[in-house]
Design a protein around this ligand. Structure first.
Ligand code: ADP
Ligand code: MG
Length: 371
């Protein structure tokens, strides 16, 4: 019989940071908007700047673990921010990838993508199958891959693979593993097997959202890929690695009530999970994690064993360049980075000629904001 063994470098390791990447989507011309040009732009692979609303002759510069400019492909985002963490889930470690940012900034594009531009989710799932295939031969372990797909809406946990289900409870076992009894866990044997379950469940969610007042922008879509490996020989050790891939609720919900700051929590929390996630990430990344408030919301409780601790976590903050997103962008950046610098240099006069990518964009906008 298989015997459960605690992951060796699990519990006692020091709390790890959440890596933060920012992705700027391309400018989208809308005939109804006045063409004001972008209010934010990249500087290099780790820095970006945004106009300072307090003083338009200044910009505010931010530094991140990675910055992905508007020309960045889906493949590049995957390779730089997600691919490196995947091997860990085959060794019984946990990982989580989040898309954060205001509605319309590109979270779903980043996570799901489209059939011609697949996003992080299909790429990560394919890669996990590839890694397992490569491993199977030479090591004495059998691997099995399963998926769960759930939504957190109004602090309710709903099983997207079993749409008629009710709010599910979140529990912790004696080894501090977080689990949801009753949540569908479907074994998948190939990518097309995954797609067969994932696509209809995603469509269900989208259809429901149009009826339910933009539900998809207020709910968190949480895909779990679980890799269990069992030693063929005695003592048949077993290790479980979990990968969470999450398309978060729009961060503008946060701001609407967040304008009055602490109000958010008392007001019944339009989005308690998102608000708590920001506190958890803040607490992990500020290095002063006296008490990480995982238990304060459903999302963070669910992620307790897969965010911080020995887990590998990446937050991809999606932002949009148009002025109408300005305050949402500003808030998203302030949440994502503790490091910012006010630079006394007018945004519109700066020439950005370092990266070929930027040059292409400047040419495109010539005569507009670029001069
Ligand atoms: P969100 O999920 O954050 O609300 P979406 O992913 O739906 O945002 O993106 C809004 C729109 O912008 C969609 O039409 C999407 O296809 C487009 N979009 C987002 N990011 C990119 C990108 N990097 N390149 C091209 N189009 C993008
Ligand atoms: Mg979306």
């Amino acid at each position: 019989m298989a015997q459960r063994v605690a992951v060796p470098d699990g519990a006692n390791k020091k709390t790890s940071r959440v890596r933060v990447a920012v992705r700027l989507r391309p400018y989208m011309d809308n005939p109804d908007d006045k063409d004001e040009g972008p209010c934010v732009r990249g500087l290099d692979s780790q820095n970006l700047e945004i106009i300072n609303w307090r003083n338009a002759t200044e910009t505010v510069k931010y530094h991140f673990d990675a910055f992905h400019g508007e020309q960045t492909t889906q493949q590049e985002v995957f390779v730089s921010s997600v691919k490196p963490i995947l091997p860990h889930i085959l060794n019984g470690q946990n990982a989580s990838v989040f898309a954060y940012g205001p509605t319309g900034a590109g979270k779903t594009h980043t996570m799901m993508g489209s059939s011609d531009q697949p996003g992080v989710i299909p790429r990560a799932v394919s890669e996990v199958f590839k890694l397992v295939k490569a491993k199977d031969e030479d090591e004495g372990w059998d691997y099995s891959i399963g998926m769960s797909y759930l939504e957190i809406y109004n602090e309710k946990v709903l099983d997207l693979l079993s749409p008629s289900s009710q709010d599910l409870p979140i529990r912790e076992d004696k080894d501090k593993n977080i689990l949801i009894p009753g949540l569908t866990l479907t074994t998948i044997s190939s990518f097309s097997d995954f797609d067969k379950h994932f696509v209809p469940a995603s469509l269900n969610r989208t259809t429901a959202s149009t009826k339910l007042n933009q539900r998809s922008s207020r709910s968190h879509a949480v895909l779990l890929i679980k890799v269990v490996r069992t030693q063929r020989a005695l003592p048949h050790r077993q290790q479980t690695g979990k990968l969470y891939l999450i398309d978060l609720a729009g961060s503008e919900d946060n701001r609407r009530t967040g304008n009055q700051g602490i109000r958010l929590k008392e007001s019944g929390a339009i989005n308690l999970s998102l608000f708590t996630l920001s506190k958890v990430v803040d607490s992990l990344n500020s290095g002063t994690a006296v008490r990480v408030p995982y238990r304060d919301s459903k999302l963070t409780r669910l992620l307790q064993d897969s965010l911080g601790g020995s887990a590998h976590s990446v937050m991809i903050t999606n932002i949009a360049p148009e002025y109408k997103y300005y305050f949402d962008t500003f808030n998203a950046l302030n949440f994502a980075s503790k490091s910012k610098l006010v630079v006394n240099k007018p945004f519109t006069c700066e020439t950005v000629a370092v990266l070929p990518v930027k040059r292409a964009k400047e040419d495109h906008k010539a005569g507009g904001s670029g001069t």
